[in-house]
Write a protein that binds this ligand. Structure first.
Ligand code: AMP
Ligand code: GLY
Length: 425
């Protein structure tokens, strides 16, 4: 069959790498893909925000399955467009994608169905919100309701910062309409874990847990980023807590959506925090986590494609995933200046040498080809991923490979997975 993958980051390269290994798949098209996906399939330029144009490509090219990577096209209704034209597509409908597209929708669903999450209040009026934060002790978390490209969550350590965040959203409209409604949430503390679950609207198949590293610098210092690295498994999540989370959070949410008459099909990403008061949901996403899935897919021994198809056909209860007991570490190599301003078009060296070990993969995130050479094209440039018999081994291999790669300004965290390695795994 022919598969089309929408998106152009490390997540889409990793998905393409895994999907290409399926005996069911002959051909892959990436829209738009990147400098790395060109080695797996054809890359077609198109606006990923234009679902009509993407559906045109899928029907013209005889695509049998489309896999949508990023959230924006899902929230905008790409799945509804494809379905109305009889095209097979992996992902939730626009209605179901509200679970990421509206933080209020998600919070309301969780409160109504007893899914554990932090307490929050919704505001549309700046005056009401200010009154509330002035009478509630900081720290508080201010969240723009809609999609804000990962920038709509502000941790306010004091009341002034909370008022400024409210003003940025509700008065200055820094996030446009996404910030016209705001949640003020209690501040939670603890390590974070991500769970990715495949759902057909009724049943669920869970992937192994992973942990992202959101801050830019070692020791979880510096500004928030899209994710500077990830690892799997997550030793701090013991088997009982993992099973409880699968049942009380992931299955419970899929059931809640079904009860609301909005069945959730696709991958549900639970962003969870292990607080002193138990595990709580920070957010749901409607896509595979990036870079989490880059640390999860190398451990998946089963074919992924039947799982993707089963979410559409309603047969996920019959899909079983076999996992390698190996440990996986993914290190993100970023452009100088990221997550702030950075340059692009900088030549990258050492890619071939870095991926020469059979336990190492280098997924491209922000790259493109220019005159046959790979150059930088984004903030997060490459994902160096290694499998090992323990975390020490996987980290050693990943960093050894990372050191072979070079581009001007390149920076990366040197402590990905260090917490897990310290726990003795
Ligand atoms: P979200 O987009 O909701 O996952 O938020 C992005 C990041 O902000 C999370 O990964 C957390 O690190 C942090 N965050 C979100 N909500 C809270 C909260 N209630 N308390 C503390 N940190 C939070
Ligand atoms: N790694 C965080 C995310 O995909 O949202």
């Amino acid at each position: 069959m022919k598969v089309m993958i929408v998106g152009g980051g490390g997540r889409e390269h990793a998905l393409g790498w895994k999907i290409a290994r399926s005996p069911l798949v002959d051909d892959i098209i990436f829209v738009p893909g990147n400098g790395g996906t060109e080695e797996i399939g054809e890359c077609v330029k198109a606006d990923t925000g234009d679902s009509g144009a993407l559906a045109d490509i899928a029907s013209r090219r005889g695509v049998d399955l489309t896999v949508v990577g990023p959230e924006a096209p899902l929230v905008a209704g790409i799945v509804d467009e494809f379905n109305s034209r009889g095209l097979k597509v992996f992902g939730p409908s626009a209605d179901a994608a509200q679970i990421e597209g509206s933080k209020y929708f998600a919070k309301d669903l969780m409160e109504k169905h007893g899914i554990p999450t932090g307490r929050a209040r919704l505001f549309t009026s700046f005056e009401d919100a200010r009154e509330y934060v002035e009478s509630t002790p900081a720290p508080l978390v201010v969240k723009a309701d809609g999609l804000a490209a990962g920038k709509g969550v502000i941790i306010a350590t004091d009341t002034d910062a909370a008022v400024k965040a409210l003003s940025d959203c509700l008065v200055q409209r820094m996030f446009g309409d996404s910030g016209s409604r705001v949640l003020v949430e209690e501040y939670l503390e603890g390590p974070e874990v991500s769970i990715l679950s495949l759902s057909d609207g009724r049943d669920v198949a869970h992937m192994v847990p992973s942990q992202d590293h959101k801050r830019a610098y070692d020791g979880d210092e510096g500004p928030n980023t899209g994710g500077m690295g990830a690892y799997s498994p997550v030793p701090l999540l013991d088997a009982d807590t993992e099973a409880g989370t699968q049942r009380n959070v992931m299955n419970a949410t899929v059931e809640a959506m079904a009860e609301e008459g909005i069945p959730y099909r696709g991958v549900l990403y639970g962003g969870l925090m292990l607080t002193g008061d138990g595990l709580k949901v920070l957010e749901f996403n409607v896509r595979f986590g990036d870079p989490e899935v880059q640390a999860v897919l190398p451990r998946l021994e089963s074919d992924l494609v039947p799982g993707l198809l089963a979410t559409i056909d309603g047969t996920i209860s019959a899909y079983e995933m076999e996992w390698s007991p190996e440990y996986c570490v993914c290190v993100v190599l970023a452009s100088g200046g990221y997550p702030g301003k950075y340059e692009t078009g900088i030549p990258i060296t050492g890619l071939r040498a870095a991926s020469s070990d059979s336990n190492v993969e280098v997924f491209h995130a922000g790259t493109r080809r220019e005159d046959g050479k790979v150059v930088t094209a984004g903030g997060r440039v490459l994902n160096v991923v290694a499998l090992g018999k323990d975390f020490g081994n996987a980290r050693g291999l990943a960093y050894q490979a990372a050191r072979m790669i070079d581009f001007e300004g390149m920076h990366y965290r040197t402590d990905i997975g260090h917490r897990a390695a310290r726990s003795g795994s």
